[in-house]
Ligand binder design. Structure first.
Ligand SMILES: [Cu+2]
Length: 162
């Protein structure tokens, strides 16, 4: 049930660079799509080894954002005191981070990106206090390590009106 909903949860137009190999695997290679009936055992064994190599930690879900505050694309009249990002699975707080930077039309530069100090939160969330922010467009970047060992990341853009 969880796995079926994953594609619906992914922000439109955003493909996290650390995308889980689950999603990169061609449909025919997925274990559920294998039809072993006509194959010889040695071929099956090779295929199984290849599948294992391609999909470490396959049993668990990698982490994707289910909601956030501010919401992606949100327009706020006042600067929020903190940010909150909720995930569909547990994340390792010690190996996860939230980074804030002014949003620019041209992507790439990270010089003015600052890492936010995480506040205590349930292990399916990341929460951080925000410094005072001037009006403008901001990019909150999340990068998390899920329990299945896969790193995912993405951006949440929001705007502060002055
Ligand atoms: Cu994964």
């Amino acid at each position: 049930m969880l796995r079926r909903n994953l594609s619906a949860l992914r922000p439109r137009g955003l493909r996290p660079p650390g995308l889980c190999p689950h999603d990169l695997r061609p449909r025919g290679l997925h274990p559920a799509g294998l039809r072993p009936a006509g194959l010889r055992p040695c071929v099956l064994a090779l295929a199984a080894v290849a599948l294992l190599a391609l999909s470490p930690g396959h049993a668990d879900a990698h982490a994707l954002v289910t909601s956030s505050e501010p919401a992606a694309g949100g327009q706020l009249e006042r600067a929020p005191g903190e940010v909150l990002v909720r995930f569909n699975s547990r994340v390792d707080h010690a190996r996860s981070q939230l980074l804030l930077a002014p949003a620019r039309e041209a992507a790439g530069g990270t010089a003015d990106e600052r890492r936010l100090d995480l506040l205590p939160s349930p292990d399916t969330e990341l929460r951080a206090a925000l410094p005072p922010l001037p009006p403008g467009r901001w990019r909150l970047r999340w990068q998390v390590l899920a329990l299945d060992g896969h790193i995912t990341r993405g951006d949440i853009l929001f705007e502060l009106r002055g």
